[in-house]
Design a protein around this ligand. Structure first.
Ligand code: NDP
Ligand code: MG
Length: 392
């Protein structure tokens, strides 16, 4: 029986994971659930899954959570705050941690789970982008395993022999990440000037949280995934390509030295990757409809438009710059996306804010989590200053 902690349980990935878990009561037990501020949804999940511990990230809500758990007649214990999250991720209540918090807020608990040798199911790509070298160190020290949940990385993991071998020894020439192109594929810059958060969040193929939906619309999501692929699989930036594939049926590909290209296909439903990661190396039912290839008229592929969707180019640039540049990119992106969602920053300005932030802050080596958090805050302040000056 796997004892699972679902961090970010009230989100889109959390819901998909709990759906898969609920299909296999004899195989998984949910012992830890977390949310940021959504106490009611968390208590409702506690009623369904009866975990030992419920965590609310906002410390001001600990009392409310405890009261509502009690009122619901639940024996689940309540805790709050970022430290409690990291402690639970490393603690004895779980052997498997689903890192499904959105953004840099997921970094500490992701690193804690890795350091404690848990099976880490990584959806929170921002922590790999920010703290790649620290995550790899933590995995080495902890001796646990990381199974990628992001559909592209999960596909690549499935197409590599033994999951994550040294790529050169496995004869791998290239990793090819597929991108849907998001809701604005094919549009010109002029057509993107006035787009709204609602339009940006209306993804054609996937239902996701708002932050990653905007990232998909700017192609920053693919940029973060290029960096994530570099961290997880050790591929150089030149050996990671992106191809736009609007149907989102091919989740990514691995090209070998002999010219073979292996791909993982399936319907666009995160429960497939989550079921794979939860049960690996076994396979379990995920509730996903079979892929009807004959009913799909075509699989199309095209090159990404890096001139219109500057964020993807900026991510490659940050990866090549090295050091903590990816963390700075991620921080500036989070601030700019928040402002766009709040209606105070135009869509096209997201890339401009990130570029200007990277221009002001030369990369520094990644030494430890504390320094990284400090640099993350500096990049956020810089991005806010740039936004105030130029856009707000
Ligand atoms: P959602 O916005 O739907 O959910 C985010 C979850 O994180 C919620 O449980 C939220 O709690 C919690 N949370 C938000 N802020 C904080 C914080 N500061 N501290 C602690 N917890 C917090 O996001 P998604 O499920 O879409 O995405 C989660 C992660 O998975 C992201 O990193 C995303 O990039 C990645 N991912 C998502 C995919 C998808 O299909 N959705 C696909 C591949 C990767 P509350 O409800 O209380 O706000
Ligand atoms: Mg993805």
């Amino acid at each position: 029986m796997r004892r699972v902690a679902v961090l970010g349980a009230t989100g889109s990935i959390g819901a998909s994971a709990l759906d898969v878990i609920a299909r296999h009561p004899g195989r998984f037990r949910v012992d830890v659930l977390s949310a940021h501020r959504n106490v009611d949804a968390l208590v409702e999940l506690c009623g369904r899954f009866r975990p030992e511990l419920a965590l609310i990230a906002d410390p001001a809500l600990e009392g409310t959570l405890a009261r509502k758990l009690k009122a619901a007649g639940l024996r689940t214990e309540a805790a709050a705050g970022a430290d409690a999250l990291a402690e639970a991720a490393a603690g004895p209540l779980c052997d498997t941690v689903l890192a499904a918090i959105v953004g840099a807020a997921g970094m500490a608990s992701t690193l804690a789970a890795a350091r404690a040798g848990k099976r880490l199911l990584l959806a929170n790509k921002e922590s790999a982008v920010m703290a790649g070298p620290l995550l790899l160190d933590a995995l080495r020290v902890g001796g646990g395993e990381l199974i990628p949940v992001d559909s592209e990385h999960n596909a690549i993991f499935q197409c590599l022999p033994g999951g994550r071998p040294p790529l050169a020894r496995a004869g791998v020439r290239r990793l090819i990440l597929t991108a849907s192109g998001g809701p604005f594929r094919g549009r010109t810059r002029a057509e993107l000037a006035g787009v709204t958060p609602e339009q940006a969040c209306a993804h054609p193929n996937w239902r996701m949280g708002r932050k990653i939906s905007v990232d998909s619309a700017t192609l920053m999501n693919k940029g973060l995934e290029v960096i994530e692929a570099h961290v997880l699989f050790g591929a150089s930036p030149d050996a990671i390509d992106v191809v736009v594939h609007p149907q989102s049926l091919v989740h990514s590909l691995v090209e070998y030295a002999d010219g073979s290209v292996l791909a993982e296909l399936g319907n666009p439903d995160m429960r497939t990757a989550l079921a794979h990661a939860l049960a690996w190396p076994e396979r379990i039912e995920a509730g996903v409809a079979p892929l009807d290839l004959a009913a799909r008229a075509q699989l199309a592929f095209e090159r990404p438009d890096l001139e219109t969707f500057r964020c993807l180019a900026l991510a490659y640039q940050a990866l090549r710059a090295g050091g903590d540049a990816p963390a700075l990119l991620n921080a500036a992106n989070e601030v700019a996306v928040d402002a766009f969602l709040a209606g105070t920053l135009p869509f096209l300005a997201i890339a401009e804010v990130i570029e200007a932030t990277l221009g002001e802050l030369p990369p520094a080596p990644v030494v430890d989590a504390e320094t990284l958090i400090h640099r993350d805050l500096t990049a956020r302040d810089t991005a806010r200053r740039i936004m105030r000056r130029a856009f707000c």
